[in-house]
Design a protein around this ligand. Structure first.
Ligand code: Z5A
Length: 219
């Protein structure tokens, strides 16, 4: 059975990852591509419990390395239990955040050593890498404004805007150093315009390239 494609959505909080991942899933399914949508942290029973801990404002004393280990534990379980089996079944996996979040948040934002984080990521993933990373790029203030309208801030969203500016820089540096893997999309545009850009970014992926952006937003 042919292996499915692995597509990761990345970006700061409020960039629109969840919105765009769902739109892409619908678009692919309409074309007959089997899709699994998942996210980090979360995606497994263990991951859901780790997610609750990681986002709990009461857990503000988690140390920086402990935080990195918790995200890695979530990822190790997620890759083995959910992502790899789906890829082996031939499904296209759409994942809201992956190793690049660790490099951007724990590296760029928290200042942890990049080599340490890269090793941790390798350990957690067993070397699994996506076919495409869609980076939805947005100024930190705009992302914070979007999520502020929705709910009270979780543990990380309580961070200052400077933190999210560093995270954004962390993402852009990764995209610059891996231009074949990353597609950077300006996420400040409207939902439909961003979706069109997401569809266009799939052109490099052979098995999902038949998705026509005109089909979903005619005219
Ligand atoms: N984290 C980490 O530090 N290290 C790691 O390794 C990993 C994660 C894996 C996960 O929380 C947290 O964990 C996250 C990083 C950290 N930091 N925090 N906090 P999460 O999963 O709850 O947070 P998130 O992934 O950032 O989700 P989010 O805040 O919901 O953002 P989003 O998925 O990118 O956006 P959205 O839900 O699609 O849209 C947000 C709002 O904007 C919503 O009202 C939309 O209707 C609106 N929206 C979306 N698109 C648009 C456009 N184009 N225009 C206008 N409005 C829009």
């Amino acid at each position: 059975m042919a292996a499915g494609k692995f597509i990761v959505f990345e970006g700061i909080d409020g960039a629109g990852k969840t919105t765009q991942m769902k739109l892409l899933a619908v678009a692919l399914e309409k074309r007959g591509t089997p899709v699994l949508c998942t996210r980090e942290p979360g995606g497994t029973a263990l991951g859901d419990r780790l997610r609750a801990l990681l986002l709990d404002p009461a857990c503000r004393d988690i140390t920086r390395p402990a935080e990195a280990f918790l995200y890695a534990a979530d990822r190790a379980q997620h890759v083995t239990e959910k992502i790899l089996p789906a890829l082996q079944r031939g499904e296209t996996v759409l994942c809201d955040r992956f190793i690049y979040s660790t490099l951007a948040y724990q590296g760029g934002g928290r200042g942890l050593d990049r080599e340490f984080l890269t090793k941790l990521n390798e350990l957690a993933t067993g070397g699994l890498a996506p076919d495409l990373v869609i980076l939805l790029d947005l100024p930190a203030e705009e992302g914070m404004r979007r999520v502020a309208g929705n709910r009270s801030p979780d543990r990380l969203e309580g961070e200052k805007s400077d933190f999210f500016r560093q995270v954004r820089r962390g993402y852009l540096a990764q995209a610059e150093s891996q231009p074949k893997l990353f597609k950077v999309i300006q996420a400040g545009a409207g939902v439909e315009a961003v979706h069109r850009s997401v569809l266009a970014s799939l052109e490099s992926l052979a098995s999902v390239a038949s998705v026509s952006k005109d089909k979903f937003f005619p005219g």
